[in-house]
Write a protein that binds this ligand. Structure first.
Ligand code: ADP
Length: 482
C-alpha cells in the first residue's frame, strides 16, 4: 500500500512529468523527421528514375518511327531491336510495342505477343501524349510513349511504346535508410534521455532544498529564514514564506502576551480574596461587622473576576470569523434608546446627564447583539470616566447618509492623553490602571467594541482633550458587506 502511494507520488511529481516531456521531445520529432525524409527520398528517386527512362524511351520511340522497324513483322532484328533489349536490361524492365491496330507488336517478355491491348493510357498516347504512372504498392513505374517520327510534320502516331521498370532497388534503398535512421535513433535517444534526466534532476533540486528548508524550520532547527536563491521563483517563494513566518511569530508573541495578561488579570482578584480570607482567619475574635466588611470585599472581588471572564468570553466570540455574524435588519434608533435606558441607572448614580440626538430614523443590516455590546461599552466608558461633580454629561448622536450610519459618543470626562489614543483598543490597556480597576474596568471593553465594529466593516476613531472630554466617532455601512 505504502509502496503504491510512493509510486503514485512519483507519477505525480514534477520530475516524472519533465522526464516524460523529454521522452516525447526526444522521440516524436525525430520519428516524424525520419518518416518525412523517407517519403521525400522515395518520391524524389522515383521522379528521377521516371525522367531518365522516359527520355531514353522517347529517343528510342523516335528512332523506331524513323526506321523500318514497325514494318519488319516477325523478323525484327537489327540495331533497334538491340537497343530495345538493352533498355530492358539496363532498367530491369519490360518494353511492349503496340502497333496502330492495338496489337502487341513486340513484347520483350514474349508473353503477350499478338494480343490486342486497349488501355486508357495507350489510347491517350495514340493521341500524341505520353503518360507516366507509379505503382507504389508493386514497386514499378509504367509509361506509355507515342511512336511518331519527329521529322513527319503530320505527327502521325504509328504505334505506342509501353515501358515498365521496376523500382525495387529504390525500395531496398529506402528500407536500408530507414534501418540506419532507427539505429541512429536508438543510439542518440538514450544518450539524450540520459543527459536530459541528469539536467532535470539538477534543475529540480532547488525544490527539494525548499521542501527540506521548510521541514527544518518546522522542526525547529536550521536557519532562521529560508534562502533558496537558485531561481527567481524559489527566491519569491522564500520571501513570501519568510514573511509568513514573521507574521506567525508576531501572532505567537501577541498570543503569549495575551495569555500572560489574562493570567495576571485573573490572579489579581484571587490574590485579594486570599489576603482578605487569610486576614479574617487570623482574627478568630474579630467582630461580626468586620466579617461582614471582609465578606463584602470578597464578593466585590468575585464580581470583578466574573466580569473579566465575561469580557474575555465576549472577546473570544468577537475573534471568530465574520461568518458567525447574525445579520438582520435592525432599527438603530430603538437599539440605542434601549442601550441608554439600560445605562440610565449607572448614569444617575454617577450624576451624569445622558442625552440622545437622533437626526433621522436609521435601519441597518447588523448583528444586534454584537453592536449593542459595542455601543454599551462606549457609553459606559463615557459615564465611568466622567466628572463626578454633577456637571458631567454624555451626548449620543445618530445620523446616516445613503451608505453609512454615524454614531457619536461625546462626554465631558477626564479625557485621554494624545499618546494613549492609539493604544486604548489593545486588550488590557488602561490609561490609569488603578483608576480603571477602581471603577470596575477590565481593559477589554474597547477591544471588544473595535472587533465588533470591524466585523461590520465599519471604523472607529477617538478625539480627546485631557480634562475636557472625549468623542468616539463610529461609522458602519447600512448594508452588510460580506
Ligand atoms: P476599561 O474596562 O478599563 O474601561 P476599555 O478598553 O473600555 O477598558 O478602555 C481602555 C482605557 O481607555 C480605559 O482604561 C480608559 O483609561 C480609557 N478610556 C476609554 N474610554 C474613555 C473615555 N470615554 N474617557 C476617558 N478615558 C477613556
Amino acid at each position: 500500500m505504502r509502496k503504491n502511494t510512493k509510486f503514485f507520488q512519483f507519477l505525480k511529481s514534477l520530475k516524472f512529468r519533465l522526464i516524460l516531456l523529454i521522452l516525447v521531445i526526444a522521440t516524436v520529432p525525430s520519428l516524424i523527421l525520419s518518416m518525412g525524409i523517407m517519403r521525400y527520398y522515395e518520391s524524389r528517386a522515383v521522379t528521377i528514375r521516371a525522367g531518365e527512362v522516359l527520355s531514353q524511351a522517347k529517343i528510342l520511340a523516335n528512332k523506331i518511327a524513323a526506321s523500318e522497324y514497325m514494318s519488319m513483322g516477325n523478323v525484327r532484328s537489327g540495331t533497334i531491336q538491340a537497343q530495345i533489349d538493352l533498355l530492358t536490361k539496363i532498367y530491369d524492365g519490360r518494353v511492349i510495342i503496340v502497333d496502330k491496330n492495338f496489337k502487341i507488336y513486340c513484347d520483350t517478355y514474349n508473353l503477350d505477343d499478338n494480343k490486342t491491348i486497349i488501355a486508357e493510357e495507350v489510347m491517350r498516347s495514340f493521341k500524341g501524349v505520353d503518360v507516366t504512372n507509379y505503382d507504389a504498392e508493386n514497386h514499378y513505374i509504367e509509361m506509355t510513349i507515342p511512336i511518331s517520327d519527329p521529322e513527319d510534320s503530320t505527327g502521325t502516331v504509328v504505334g505506342v511504346m509501353l515501358v515498365s521498370v521496376s523500382t525495387d532497388n529504390i525500395e531496398l534503398n529506402r528500407i536500408y535508410l530507414s534501418k540506419m535512421a532507427t539505429i541512429i535513433q536508438m543510439i542518440v535517444m538514450p544518450v539524450m534521455l540520459f543527459f536530459g534526466i541528469l539536467l532535470i534532476l539538477y534543475n529540480v533540486r532547488p525544490l527539494s532544498l525548499l521542501s527540506d528548508g521548510i521541514g527544518a524550520i518546522r522542526d525547529g532547527y536550521g536557519a532562521e529564514s529560508l534562502q533558496v536563491n537558485n531561481y527567481t521563483e524559489t527566491r519569491q517563494i522564500c520571501k513570501r514564506f519568510n514573511e509568513m513566518i514573521g507574521r506567525m511569530k508576531v501572532m505567537d508573541d501577541t498570543r503569549q502576551e495575551f495569555v500572560s495578561n489574562v493570567s495576571h488579570e485573573l490572579k489579581t482578584p484571587l490574590t485579594s480574596m486570599k489576603v482578605l480570607a487569610d486576614s479574617i482567619n487570623s482574627m478568630p475574635d474579630a467582630p461580626k461587622e468586620m466579617y461582614q466588611d471582609f465578606m463584602a470585599d470578597i464578593t466585590g472581588e468575585i464580581e470583578r473576576e466574573t466580569k473579566i471572564i465575561n469580557d474575555l468570553l465576549s472577546l473570544v466570540r468577537m475573534d471568530k470569523s465574520a461568518a458567525d455574524l447574525n445579520i438582520a435588519s435592525v432599527n438603530i434608533n430603538e437599539m440605542i434608546e434601549q442601550i441608554l435606558k439600560r445605562l440610565q441607572p449607572i448614569a444617575d448614580r454617577q450624576r451624569v446627564e445622558l442625552v440622545l440626538e437622533s437626526f433621522r430614523p436609521v435601519t441597518a443590516e447588523v448583528d444586534e447583539v454584537k453592536l449593542t455590546l459595542a455601543f454599551t461599552n462606549l457609553v459606559e466608558n463615557a459615564i465611568k470616566y466622567n466628572r463626578s461633580d454633577g456637571e458631567g454629561w454624555v451626548r449620543v448622536s445618530l445620523n446616516a447618509d445613503h451608505q453609512y450610519m454615524f454614531v457619536k459618543v461625546q462626554d465631558s470626562g477626564i479625557g485621554i492623553p494624545e499618546e494613549a489614543l492609539d493604544q486604548i483598543y489593545e486588550r488590557f490597556y488602561r490609561v490609569d490602571k488603578s483608576h480603571s480597576r477602581e471603577i470596575g474596568g477590565t481593559g477589554l471593553g474597547l477591544a471588544i467594541t473595535r472587533s465588533a465594529i470591524l466585523m461590520h466593516r465599519g471604523a472607529i476613531k477617538a478625539h480627546s482633550v485631557v480634562g475636557e472630554g472625549t468623542t468616539f466617532d463610529v461609522r458602519i455601512p447600512l448594508n452588510y458587506i460580506a
